[in-house]
Write a protein of this length. Structure first.
Length: 158
């Protein structure tokens, strides 16, 4: 009995240390959690990378262990997959809030989309959910998670 609890404690300590190390590494960075099997989501990640001013964003697939650990820090289930998630320091954003905050950090005219914050969140999230619920039908689904090429791998948390 003691041995099982000891190993469980040791494992949980190692997971907590890894999450704390990730958190320290990501200070002043935005972390985007995305569905790695979704074509629309993978395309969106590539779109964001091309327009990411100041190298602000890091990415993790919602199917990864890193994503599970980060979601657990906010007491969210690790099988969360119906929304893009944006984590900035100690705050977490979902659906349209996440999308608009991401747009705010991009180059060119994309930050103007942040003005849509004046639209009530329930209306924005309804539209977001409609697209999210049809994304596989409209854009397709990958057989495996999106993998970046080597020169962009530093942006992805594994």
């Amino acid at each position: 009995m003691f041995r099982v609890n000891y190993w469980k404690f040791t494992f949980l300590s190692l997971v907590k240390k890894k999450v704390n190390n990730i958190s320290k590494t990501l200070k002043h960075k935005g972390v985007i959690l995305f569905d790695g099997y979704c074509n629309l989501c993978s395309w969106s990640v590539q779109f964001i990378i091309k327009r990411d001013k100041n190298d602000y964003f890091r990415f993790a697939s919602l199917q990864s262990t890193v994503s599970s650990q980060l979601l657990n820090q906010f007491d969210l289930p690790d099988n969360f997959d119906q929304s893009v998630v944006l984590i900035e320091d100690t705050s977490i954003y979902f659906k349209s809030d996440a999308a608009l905050r991401i747009a705010k950090k991009l180059r060119h005219l994309w930050p103007l989309l942040y003005l849509f914050r004046i639209v009530p969140r329930p209306l924005r999230d309804t539209m977001y959910s409609f697209i999210a619920n049809h994304r596989f039908k409209w854009f397709g689904k990958k057989d495996s998670c999106y993998m970046p090429n080597e020169d962009l791998s530093y942006k992805f948390l594994v």
